[in-house]
Design a protein around this ligand. Structure first.
Ligand code: FAD
Length: 373
């Protein structure tokens, strides 16, 4: 049985961002373990080669405007990659550099399998794929990439989820149907069309919300890509096609809408409907809001179990969904402050985080902010 104070599950931007902050507060190596079932930045390593960040990176940290994809105030993915729109592999390399710089103790190839409570305030027993750990604080930063949405419509299992495609150019050429017209659907369409395929892109949500927030409308990067393929005669876009089911008839896949229309293709339709709400082995230790997101306290702590915290894109503080790195990194401070004060760590680094725009406390800032032109 390994005993430690803090276990963070997931070596993605959320888990490593929290770990880097705790390290800067002076947590000792034996007090912290980051568990990762794959490699550092595993989700990013699985992105298709052609996939790029939609949020641009720029090394403007010195001016209190931290690179949008940085997870600490003093690092910048743009600086090490020399690029604005990084690939998944380039971002995973950045995360590895963060691990090395802050000397974060990450145990890779180790999956958290089960969590049990020692007592209401006494921490957790963790069963991993190769050890047992006892800890006082647990931060779940397991992300969403591992849980593709397979229930958005009936027959979804016949489709190929976009996260399972490693290389768009390696696919056989022909006519593809892409379901879901948000960021990943447009990315799929763009890549398929650029490999000389015919594409039908189906979506049912209007993209005319009166906001600039990329959580609700397409990002400028994606809009720009959409425009660049607007005149491509091989792309059909149906913005009023709500998919009800997919089934197979002979060698064809039939995609049917709720109002009886259909599109046929010889290839499994590409499912770009996002991810399930799956918190893995800590799922039962949270209570859920009506929209499916977990309830968390002002410290991003489970409302059901003390000392269990959530970090990353599943944080939803009504009305704000913190689904991008530049959003959820503002919450690294929430669990780390609680843990730092209980472990009597040096919290002076928080001033630096605040100055760098990496402390987000007032969620109404996002509700009321306007972009006049
Ligand atoms: C195609 C795509 C493009 C995106 N583009 C952008 C963008 O441009 N800008 C932006 O800000 N965001 C973007 N995002 C969102 C961003 O990638 C995620 O919000 C981010 O990865 C979440 O970080 P995370 O650390 O919570 O999760 P992840 O990066 O997924 O990390 C979670 C880690 O936890 C590990 N893990 C899970 N379960 C366990 C377990 N039981 N035991 C041990 N380890 C476990 C996983 O292996 C993984 O490495 C994009 C997402 C996708 C899918």
């Amino acid at each position: 049985m390994i005993k430690t104070e803090v276990v963070i599950v997931g070596a993605g931007p959320a888990g490593l961002g929290c770990a880097a902050l705790l390290k800067q507060m002076g947590i000792e190596d034996e007090e912290l373990i980051v568990l990762e079932r794959g490699e550092v930045g595993e989700s990013f390593l699985r992105w298709p080669d052609s996939m790029r960040f939609i949020t641009p990176s720029f090394p403007c940290n010195g001016y209190h405007q931290t690179d949008l994809n940085a997870i600490t105030p003093d690092t910048s993915p743009a600086f090490n990659a020399g690029k604005e729109h990084l690939s998944g592999k380039e971002y995973a390399k950045y995360l590895n550099m963060v691990v090395n710089h802050y000397k974060i103790p990450v145990t890779t190839q180790t999956e958290l399998l089960e969590v049990s409570s020692i007592g209401p305030n006494d921490g957790f027993y963790l069963q991993t794929s190769d050890s047992e750990i006892q800890c006082k604080f647990l931060i779940w930063a397991g992300g969403e990439f591992q849980s593709p949405s397979m229930n958005a419509f009936s027959g979804a299992e016949l489709c190929q989820h976009n996260t399972h495609i490693r290389d768009w150019q390696a696919l056989e050429q022909g006519h593809y149907v892409v379901i879901g017209g948000y960021e990943s659907g447009v990315d799929a369409t763009f890549n398929l069309a650029n490999s000389a395929n015919k594409v039908t892109l189906l979506d049912c949500k209007p993209n005319d919300a009166d906001t600039y927030d990329p959580s609700q409308v397409l990002s400028p990067y994606t809009m720009e890509r959409m425009k660049s393929i607007a005149d491509n005669k091989d792309i059909d876009f149906d913005g009023e096609f709500e998919v009800s089911s997919v089934y197979k008839e002979g060698n064809e896949y039939v995609v049917q809408s709720t109002d009886g229309n259909e599109v046929r293709t010889l290839f499994p339709p590409i499912n770009c409907t996002g991810f399930e709400m799956d918190l893995g082995p800590v799922s039962d230790l949270f209570v859920y809001q009506d929209n499916g997101y977990p309830w968390v306290s002002a410290f991003d702590e489970s409302t059901k179990r003390r000392n269990l915290f959530l970090a990353g894109p599943r944080l939803y503080h009504d009305p704000t969904l913190l689904c991008f790195i530049y959003k959820f990194r503002g919450r690294f401070a929430a669990p780390c402050r609680v843990i730092g004060s209980e472990l009597e760590l040096d919290m002076s680094v928080m001033k630096h985080y605040r100055q760098a725009g990496m402390v987000l406390e007032d969620m109404d800032c996002c509700k009321q902010q306007e972009c006049f032109c």
